[in-house]
Design a protein around this ligand. Structure first.
Ligand code: ASC
Length: 150
């Protein structure tokens, strides 16, 4: 887990450092990349949700690890929403492209809340985790409601 985590951090650091331009071989790769980072984020977010809702016992170390992955993943998908991917089949609604500035604001909000979530998880306090989890989930839902096909 620790090794995987380091790889995730290294990938995130690289993604932050490399300009989005020419990052992908083809548009389909950009779509696969953003879907993959959302998928990994959802796995770890779901584990936090299980703890926040009491379906799983609260484990402070696991919460901190999962939230760190969510924070790292939250930075990645956006580079994959390149203009040349608009015609690639995906779950993105047409509005996502016509309201790109609003979509980008939502992406920023998720990243900010995910950072707060990671900080809260490090406190080792379940109530803090619950609050930060709900705030982060709200940013996921807002964008899904507006821009993700059912
Ligand atoms: C999750 C998950 C999402 C969000 C969203 C919040 O656990 O996979 O996409 O929370 O459902 O409303």
């Amino acid at each position: 887990m620790k090794k995987v985590f380091h790889v995730v951090i290294a990938v995130a650091a690289l993604a932050a450092a490399v300009p989005a331009m020419a990052q992908f071989q083809k548009p389909e790769d950009a779509v696969k990349y953003r879907q993959s980072s959302f998928f990994v984020m959802a796995q770890h977010f779901g584990r936090l949700g299980a703890m926040a809702s009491g379906k799983a016992p609260f484990d402070a170390k696991a919460a901190a690890d999962n939230a760190s992955v969510v924070e790292a993943m939250s930075k990645l998908p956006w580079a994959g929403f390149m203009a040349n991917t608009e015609s690639v089949k995906s779950g993105a609604k047409p509005e996502m492209w016509t309201e790109k500035a609003k979509f980008d604001q939502g992406a920023e909000k998720l990243q900010a809340e995910a950072s707060k979530l990671a900080a809260a998880a490090k406190m080792g306090n379940l109530d803090a985790l619950k609050t930060a989890f709900a705030d982060t989930a709200g940013t996921c839902k807002a964008c899904h409601d507006n821009y993700k096909a059912k």
